[in-house]
Every structure is written in C-alpha cells, then in structure tokens.
Write a protein that binds this ligand. Sequence first.
Ligand SMILES: Nc1ncnc2c1ncn2[C@@H]1O[C@H](COP(=O)(O)OP(=O)(O)OP(=O)(O)O)[C@@H](O)[C@H]1O
Ligand SMILES: [Mg+2]
Length: 258
Amino acid sequence: MPMSQTHDQATSTNIQTEQRTLAVQCRGVIKEFGAGQARIRVLRGIDLDIYAGETTFLVGPSGCGKTTLISVIAGLLRPNEGTVSLYGEMTSQMRGGALVHFRAINLGFVFQQFNLLPALNAAENAAVPLVVQGMSLSKAVRKASELLERLEMGKHKNKYPNQLSGGQQQRIAIARALVHNPRLVICDEPTASLDAQTGHAVMEMLQELAGAPDRAVIVVTHDSRIYSFADRIATMSDGQITSVKTKQESQLTSDVNH
Ligand SMILES: Nc1ncnc2c1ncn2[C@@H]1O[C@H](COP(=O)(O)OP(=O)(O)OP(=O)(O)O)[C@@H](O)[C@H]1O
Ligand SMILES: [Mg+2]
C-alpha cells in the first residue's frame, strides 16, 4: 500500500518523498497479561510502521516487551486494543482459519527458544511451512535441505533437535522461517547462539531477502556484532516505542552502540 495513503505523520512532515510498501502498521497496540490485581500492561500503545525492502531491528532492555510485540505483529498473540495490519490486511481482525492461512503464506518466525518439533529431524522441521502449504513431504524436505546446506547444516539434516547444539538448532529455526519465501520474516534474537561467522552468514541471508522490494525483515537483537545489517532501528522501552531511526541517524546519536 502506498505510504502516502497510510502514514499521515510522514506525509505531513514531508520526510518521505518516494512511495514505499508498508509491510507492518501497528496503531495504538495495547497488550495486557493476567487478570485482576495481577494484570500487567506490557505493550502500552504501540504505533509502528515497518517498510518492505528493509531490515528493521527492534532493540531495548530485557523485559521491555519486544517478544510480546513481535508475537502480536505475527498474530500469535491478540492485542487487547489497537490494530495490526500486514501488507494492508488487518490481521488483528482476522479470526481462526483466515489468520492461520495468512500466516502460513506470508510469515516466517524465528522464536527466541527455537520451538522445534522434537519428533521431526532437522530437514523435516525446516520443511514444515511447505508441508502446511500442501507440498509433498519429499519435495519439501528436499527444498529445506538445500537451505540447510547454505547454513552449513547439511551433514546434520537427519539429526533430531535433542542431538544438536543450540547454534545448530537456531539455524534449523532460521531455515524454517525462510523456506517458504515469506513476505515478512520476524526473528527473535536470531544470532544469540551463533559464532560471529555463522551469525554473519545468517544476517546476509536475511538481508538478501529484505533486499526485495516487497519483503521485510524484523530482527529483535542485543547482538552488537550484527548492527551493521540494520536499515532502521526501532528502540523500545517499558512497552513503548521511543524512537525509530535509520542506521545513519542512530550512529549519529550513538544509540546503536548501546
Ligand atoms: N504470557 C505472559 N504472561 C504474563 N506475563 C508475561 C507473559 N509474556 C510476557 N510477560 C511479561 O511481559 C514483559 C515483557 O516480556 P517480553 O518477553 O516481551 O520481553 P522482551 O523484551 O522480549 O525481553 P527479553 O529481551 O528478555 O527477551 C515481561 O515483564 C514478562 O514477564
Ligand atoms: Mg524476548
């Protein structure tokens, strides 16, 4: 959707002149957990735009709500208030099967705890999104294996998650998020368990994907080794977005070094 139709603030201040595809639009997103006295408000009115063709980093202290926010963006959690649109479709209003279908086609998600299926081997785990879309298991496993090769996981593709290290499991989770070439890839700490070289390779793959004008990548991270891969950095604090800056703007104010 052209930005000029959706982003009043940017249009009125004339910051952006070109038209870019809005991959994610959050408006007034509130998320609470618990009930009664124990109720806590974890997202406290999030407004956020994320553009296709870019890798956006989401940074902020532990517990500020990053995982909660990306779970709401991905439709894994429903907001109490506010709206989330992905590529112009208001996913926060979608129900049941429609949301599951939309997610299966459009989204790849790398969980902070990987969430691999213990009964499936590496290649089968990475193949799940293709099987969900109706591809035969053998073809899906073949495609997933190609991606695992690129992540230097080829020799481990028949192993089960409990036979693999944290970094190896993380690479399966990354392959699973990319295998169906989704429009939006959301990664929660995708390099936390990886050495510098492998982390770099993973970020190169994500950047390649986000380089397409209709694809977007969101990366939650504390890993300063990969900041150079960000196009834009959204900073969160205590359930709110406190700034969104391009990498260049962030370097000027040195936010990116914290
Ligand atoms: N299902 C839940 N029930 C109750 N509280 C929750 C739930 N999920 C998260 N929280 C709380 O919400 C707050 C934000 O959690 P979240 O996981 O989003 O933080 P985070 O920014 O991802 O932190 P980290 O960097 O440590 O991963 C925390 O105080 C957490 O305890
Ligand atoms: Mg988290």
